[in-house]
Design a protein around this ligand. Structure first.
Ligand code: 5GP
Length: 192
């Protein structure tokens, strides 16, 4: 019998986490995506309840205080967190749940859910990363510089992860993550 588990995907801003996860979900119906809550402003191309649950900082803090978050962190000046109920319900139903979260959140998950699988997405190089963030055209220059600075710190956490995947081509990256999921599903530990 297949048993559910958490798969954490982290990586610097602009590495392509969103695109990779979107493609992965299109291809595999047994995978669920945890929609995070955030106090960040919605970008024009984003939808509430699809990309994120957008809320005010006060609303976010209230949810966190009430213990409704599996993990949460302040990232690039805004709060982000994983709503607990959806994730725990999905895992108990045997699904694989993807958490696309930063390294601080990942470390909280590692502490509380050591059976989770940790994947770090890397850019081919930092110049390419900056190009991708600039091309996305969703951030001002100050935010881009902050995200680039944070990227260097995030990469330092790579040793805490189980797998590292360089995201050159989305298609190849998705295949690699699918292979990781397949292998992890077969692990004896998940059959307890
Ligand atoms: P963005 O603002 O570009 O959508 O996301 C910024 C960063 O926040 C990314 O590194 C993303 O992985 C992270 N992030 C998104 N949702 C969560 C979450 O629920 N928890 C944590 N800790 N980080 C998150």
């Amino acid at each position: 019998m297949r048993v559910g588990f958490l798969m954490v995907i982290s990586g610097p801003s602009g590495v392509g986490k969103g695109t990779v996860c979107e493609q992965l979900l299109k291809e595999n119906l047994d995978i669920k995506y945890s929609i995070s809550a955030t106090s960040r402003k919605k970008r024009p191309n984003e939808e509430n309840g699809k990309n994120y649950f957008f809320c005010s900082e006060d609303e976010f803090k209230k949810m966190a205080q009430e213990g409704k978050m599996l993990e949460f962190a302040k990232v690039h000046g805004n709060y982000y967190g994983t709503p607990k109920k959806f994730v725990l319900d999905s895992i108990s139903q045997g699904d694989v749940v993807i958490l696309e979260i930063d390294v601080q959140g990942a470390m909280q998950i590692k502490e509380n859910y050591p059976d989770a699988v940790f994947v770090f997405l890397l850019p081919p190089n930092f110049d390419e990363l900056k190009k991708r963030i600039v091309k996305r055209n969703t951030e001002d220059i100050e935010t881009i510089n902050l995200r680039m600075k944070n990227a260097e710190n995030e990469v330092k956490f790579i040793n805490e992860y189980d797998y590292a995947v360089v995201n050159e081509e989305v298609k190849d990256t998705v295949e690699k993550i699918k292979a990781i999921i397949q292998a992890e599903r077969l692990k004896v530990v998940y059959r307890k």
